[in-house]
Design a protein around this ligand. Structure first.
Ligand code: M3P
Ligand code: FE
Length: 314
């Protein structure tokens, strides 16, 4: 009971036509609707609800909100009570606030990021259907991303002032939203400061992650692919489409994910991510990365921190 998975992300984009082309041609998503405010909604071929990405026209890049789907409508009332009791204000948004979406519970994480919870979204089915389905559809384009997998939020961390929104968010999502911790980076003189955390509700290594930085923002949204070869092919697609690649195909020590990072035309970072890493379980020991080995946690092969990777975000 409670949160079942990531549902959608609402990104701000500066050039809607360019953004749409990127998410369609590079990721392989399909546009499913547009509303009267000019917001565009898309889904991946293997997703069954109406959309997992909402693009909003803006003069600045970044994330407006991330939404998680809960199992049933009553969970929204239960979670509202728990979130309010923790000291965080919530707002109830009525059904239809977003098209094809039921009522939503809106609040801010301690870091300031807006999160929404909802129980209902219009079901449209996957591209292969659910009766005697083929393993993949004929009309795959670009990387052919299966689904939106996770997001990584940058949270304010300042050892001078003692502000650590990574730790605050982690405590909140564990105590109130019932996420479990899978991995963490611990830094500082006593090696006890949570500088980054990865948390799950499903059996994959993370459904959300928090990394410390000078200001809050969006580090990336990630899409699931089947295999290492699909990651290579998605990099080929990026080269063919002149997409700005941030980090060429490699492996994370953290989560064991096979990965490639790139940017949408507005500068929002995307990741395509393959490999289930390991079976995440509540009783699996938490993996800890120490400050000296943080580089290998992020990029396992080189073990080197790439400053732009953690300094550039929207
Ligand atoms: C991932 C992942 C950072 C590490 C990122 C790791 C930003 O994106 O999917 O495991 O330090
Ligand atoms: Fe990621």
């Amino acid at each position: 009971m409670g949160i079942s998975r990531i549902g959608h992300v609402n990104l701000r984009v500066m050039d809607m036509a360019a953004a749409l082309k990127h998410y369609e041609k590079v990721l392989g998503m399909k546009k499913t609707m547009e509303d009267k405010h000019g917001n565009v909604y898309l889904k991946c071929w293997d997703e069954w609800d109406k959309y997992s990405l909402m693009l909003s026209p803006s003069d600045q890049a970044g994330m407006n909100h991330v939404a998680y789907k809960v199992e049933n409508d009553a969970n929204l009332d239960d979670l509202q009570k728990k979130i309010e009791a923790y000291g965080i204000t919530t707002t109830s948004l009525p059904e239809g606030t977003l098209p094809s979406t039921g009522r939503m519970l809106q609040f801010n994480l301690p870091s300031g990021h807006e999160m929404r919870l909802y129980a209902m979204k219009e079901y449209v089915g996957t591209e292969v259907g659910s009766t005697n389905p083929d393993p993949w559809p004929d009309n795959i384009t670009g990387a052919g991303a299966h689904w939106l997998d996770h997001c990584l939020l940058m949270c304010e961390l300042n050892p001078e002032t003692g502000i650590n929104k990574v730790a605050e968010n982690t405590k909140f999502v564990m105590e109130v939203l019932d996420f479990f911790l899978t991995e963490q980076v611990l830094v500082g003189p006593d090696g006890d400061m949570q500088a980054a955390t990865w948390l799950a509700r499903t059996t994959t290594p993370h459904d959300i992650a928090f990394v410390g930085g000078p200001r809050m923002g969006l580090h990336h949204i990630a899409y699931f692919l089947d295999s290492w070869h699909d990651i290579l092919k998605s990099a080929d697609v990026m080269a063919k489409t002149k997409t700005r690649i941030d980090v060429t195909p490699t492996r994370h020590g953290i989560t064991r994910g096979e990965t490639i990072y790139f940017f949408d035309p507005s500068g929002n970072r995307n990741e395509t991510f393959a490999g289930l890493g390991y079976l995440a379980q509540r009783d699996r020991p938490v993996t800890t990365w120490t400050e000296e080995h943080m580089g290998s946690g992020i990029f396992y092969h080189t073990g080197e921190m790439v400053p732009s990777f953690t300094e550039v975000y929207t």
